[in-house]
Design a protein around this ligand. Structure first.
Ligand SMILES: C=C(O[C@@H]1C=C(C(=O)O)C=C[C@H]1O)C(=O)O
Length: 166
């Protein structure tokens, strides 16, 4: 369970937190298999879906795709960090390997839908203004404290939120 960060960007930031936390499951699904961290075909699928749904919601599809490119980079940052951690400390490797296709990607797909709805709800606030940057910083810092994010997930969240103020 994750706690909702503070302010008008709290819900959106909370969803970005959930997405970087699900990266732990993605890494657990792939670690010790031949499945690579980078999957350009899946990324293309995610981004194509985002553009389609964004257009249906009346959002700028390229702006939404830019936000999701940052979510994807953040996810891979966590995966790479956990690979380093698990290689150095094999006792920390999760004992169960979740199934990427049936278990993990469906969670990411649900988050995609929720994130797009929040992008719509926050559209007016997310102009490139100081006001937006301030609300983004408040939401991000409160997310780190409320969810006790470690440095890896804190850095990933910063990446995920880097383009929030359109
Ligand atoms: C999350 C995954 O790993 C990477 C990150 C992705 C994402 O954040 O949506 C998509 C494809 C991969 O490059 C995955 O393979 O599903």
């Amino acid at each position: 369970a994750s706690l909702t960060p503070v302010g008008p960007l709290g819900e959106l930031t909370g969803l970005a937190v959930q997405r970087v936390q699900v990266a732990d499951l993605v890494a657990a699904a792939k670690f010790g298999t031949t499945q690579p961290i980078d999957d350009p075909a899946r990324e293309q699928q995610v981004l194509d879906g985002v553009r389609t749904k964004a257009t249906q919601l009346g959002l700028d599809p390229e702006n939404a795709a830019r936000f999701f490119r940052a979510q994807i980079e953040a996810n891979k940052l966590v995966q790479r960090g956990l690979y380093v951690r698990w290689t150095e400390h094999p006792e920390e490797v999760p004992s169960r390997r979740p199934d990427l296709g049936t278990e993990v990607r469906p969670i990411l797909d649900r988050l995609t839908t929720d994130i797009l709805a929040e992008l719509k709800d926050t559209e007016q606030l997310r102009r490139p203004t100081l006001k937006c940057e301030i609300h983004a910083t408040i939401a991000e810092r409160s997310a780190v404290v409320l969810n006790r994010l470690d440095r890896l997930h804190e850095d990933a969240l910063a990446e995920a939120m880097s383009t929030v103020c359109a």
